[in-house]
Write a protein that binds this ligand. Structure first.
Ligand SMILES: [Zn+2]
Length: 204
């Protein structure tokens, strides 16, 4: 069983705030059969976007209080501790398959998008690798975190069974894998090590 239950808003917000030190806000609320509290008739991301008046929380106590009073509310993270690479779902899924071979890259999936997290201020270096990539970076950008409506972690941002954050990759290292497996040259670059030297057989 996972240590952190990201299906529970209060547990999730506490972990995002305490273990990862992410800056958080509470989003709009998704209400079954009544839609999003932003009141836009066909809101494409019900509950999973920030309110203009929402405070930014640095610790867990106040956001947990607000979430308890806001059933169905989204949890918003401002992109200060990471950059977010937002990809169309099909491109994102192919990228995840390629990344699985090399590292644990935190990844959120929705019905139509995949969001990968990389080191802060490095997302722009991934831009040249794919035309459909949207980079979110800095204090004025945000992503919706699970359990915001319609979002789930495919790969969580902490080491399995712990609350230790995973080390994020540089935008280039994820960028060169956007859309699927990369060329052999870039794989060995990322591994940061040369191929093993030929083994010498001791002479008999
Ligand atoms: Zn809305």
């Amino acid at each position: 069983m996972e240590l952190i239950n990201t299906c529970r808003p209060d547990d999730a917000a506490t972990a995002y705030s305490t273990s990862l030190h992410w800056l958080l806000s509470v989003g709009y609320r998704h209400r079954p059969r009544q839609g999003c509290t932003c009141t836009e008739q066909n809101c494409p991301v019900p509950g999973a976007h920030p309110r203009p008046d929402s405070p930014v929380y640095v610790g867990p106590e106040l956001i947990v209080q607000e979430l308890e009073q806001s059933p169905g509310a989204g949890i918003i993270a401002w992109t200060t501790r990471f950059d977010a690479l937002v990809l169309p779902r099909s491109v994102g899924l192919a990228t995840m398959a390629a990344l699985d071979q090399i590292a644990q890259v935190p990844c959120i999936v929705t019905d139509d998008a995949v969001t990968l997290l990389v080191l802060p201020a490095t997302g722009r270096f991934a831009r040249t690798f794919h035309p459909d990539l949207e980079v979110r970076s800095g204090r004025s950008n945000w992503i919706a975190l699970p359990p915001s409506h319609g979002t789930r972690w495919d790969t969580p941002p902490w080491v399995p069974q712990t609350s230790t954050p995973v080390a994020l990759l540089h935008g280039v290292d994820v960028g060169c894998r956007l859309g699927g497996p990369s060329s052999p040259e870039s794989s060995s670059e990322l591994a940061g090590s040369n191929p093993l030297p030929p083994t010498t057989t001791p002479s008999e």
